[in-house]
Design a protein around this ligand. Structure first.
Ligand SMILES: Nc1nc2c(c(=O)[nH]1)N[C@H]1C(S)=C(S)[C@@H](COP(=O)(O)OP(=O)(O)OC[C@H]3O[C@@H](n4cnc5c(N)ncnc54)[C@H](O)[C@@H]3O)O[C@H]1N2
Ligand code: MOO
Ligand SMILES: [Mg+2]
Length: 397
């Protein structure tokens, strides 16, 4: 058996090498960028009016002028007008290019307009007010988005604004999720008294969808020959196999032996942790295999503690956003192994995040996870964990 830290480190030594692909920008949400995106123009690209009102020359205002002849209207989306005559103004709209000759905008709220004359009704007009000057945010040529960034709403807006019709991103791995077990029936079936419906692969599929991965679902019965045959086929067609069940000590726990028979190199089997002790991890030169313990809480923990961080780092993302919380109450856990405690999180008015323990009735009690937000990682070298002490979280939300 190995420690949680060693197991995690081993997974990180066998990351996938994923190719780069080009996707249309509207389909790139959540993807990891593989090219730098630069500003094709200044941000903003012209002196942009920020309020609806009138455009004036500040020199006229500071010379005491308060009433201006309205010489025209400059809307957004129209070519720039010019303020030619002294003591004139142009009505001007948010998003318009500031009129040539004007330098200051006064809001409609601070002006009265009658008979073609606009009169400013305030005394604190500042030079250049309500103008967003060209290039004050970014300059043409500046790198706006960098290799390795995850594309989310703000990144997509910036990429769209510079005309990035397509983007080069890390290709997503092909992932197959495989449940094993003679006791498991399809969710559409009515289980016999000794059967249960399979649920682990549905959880895994939803968890992987958070990375944009559209994993396929499969089920294989506990038969060594059939397992070997079907796993071989799925191995050929996918980059990653995630199995659930059949990795412990039972008479029908064939998965490790079958994977060995198929030439998959085992990197570890069994971790000093609860839940999820019998996790198995291996690879071929181009494929990765996680065989997760079948108990549903173990499957969830192994997915969030090892599989998702593995996929995230393979895609070029950080393993996870590290989060901590303080235990809301004292916890005792005697075995010298890492304990992943299901917790419900609350955000307190003083800024603390508190983790309320939800131990449940063990690694088969997956209904217990309905109330949980995360697993709290309680280290192996201690058996008592005090209220108020902070530990790392692995979020399941
Ligand atoms: N003698 C020992 N027995 C067990 C050990 C051990 O060290 N020595 N380890 C225990 C631990 S810890 C775990 S975790 C489980 C792991 O079991 P397997 O990975 O072999 O999984 P199965 O035996 O196939 O199933 C276990 C349990 O989970 C249910 N299951 C499996 N797949 C699904 C699914 N897709 N959806 C819902 N539920 C599923 C299955 O029906 C069993 O109840 O082994 C302990 N035993
Ligand atoms: O890994 Mo098992 O999780 O303790 O039931
Ligand atoms: Mg078993």
């Amino acid at each position: 058996m190995i420690s949680v830290a060693d197991a995690f480190a081993i997974t990180q030594q066998h990351l996938l090498t994923l190719p780069v692909e080009t996707v249309p920008l509207p389909l790139a949400n959540g993807r990891v960028l593989r090219e730098a995106v630069r500003a094709d123009r200044d941000f903003p690209p012209f002196d942009r009016v920020a309020m609806d009102g009138i455009a004036i020359r500040f020199a006229d205002y500071s010379a005491g002028q308060r009433t201006f002849t309205v010489a025209g209207i400059q809307r957004a989306g129209q070519p720039q007008l010019t303020l030619t005559e002294a003591n004139c103004c142009l009505e001007i709209m948010t998003g318009a290019m500031l009129s040539l000759g004007a330098d200051t905008v006064v809001r409609y709220e601070d002006v009265t307009i009658a008979d073609g004359q606009a009169t400013i009704t305030i005394d604190d007009v500042q030079p250049g007010q309500h103008v967003h000057p060209q290039a004050t945010d970014r300059r043409a040529g500046d790198e706006l988005l960098s290799v390795g960034m995850r594309l989310g709403p703000p990144e997509l807006a910036v990429a769209a604004s510079v005309g990035q019709i397509t983007v080069r991103v890390t290709a997503l791995p092909r992932v197959a999720l495989i449940s094993t077990g003679d006791e498991l029936v399809d969710i559409a079936d009515t289980p016999l008294p000794y059967q249960i419906r399979r649920s682990n692969t549905y959880m895994l599929r939803a968890a992987l969808a958070s990375l944009g991965i559209d994993a396929s679902l499969h089920h294989i019965i506990d038969d060594e020959t059939i397992l070997a045959d079907q796993i071989a086929g799925l191995l050929a067609a996918n980059d990653v196999l995630i199995l659930s069940g059949g990795v412990s000590a039972g008479k029908a726990d064939f998965v490790p032996a079958v994977l060995a028979q198929l030439g998959v190199q085992k990197h570890f089997h069994k971790i000093e942790q609860r839940p999820g002790k019998p996790l198995w991890f291996g690879s071929t030169p181009t494929k990765t295999i996680f065989a997760l313990p079948g108990n549903p809480v173990s499957t969830v923990l192994c997915a969030y503690r090892y599989v998702l961080p593995y996929l995230r780092t393979s895609l070029g993302l950080p393993a996870q956003a590290t989060r901590y919380a303080q235990l809301a109450e004292r916890v005792v856990f005697k075995p010298s192994i890492t304990y992943f405690l299901p917790v419900r999180l609350t955000s307190e008015p003083d800024g603390r995040t508190l983790a309320h323990p939800l131990p449940g009735s063990g690694s088969a009690d997956f209904a217990n996870l309905l109330a949980a937000d995360a697993f709290m990682e309680l280290p192996a070298d201690r058996s008592e964990f005090g209220a108020g002490e902070a530990f790392q979280l692995w979020s399941t939300r």
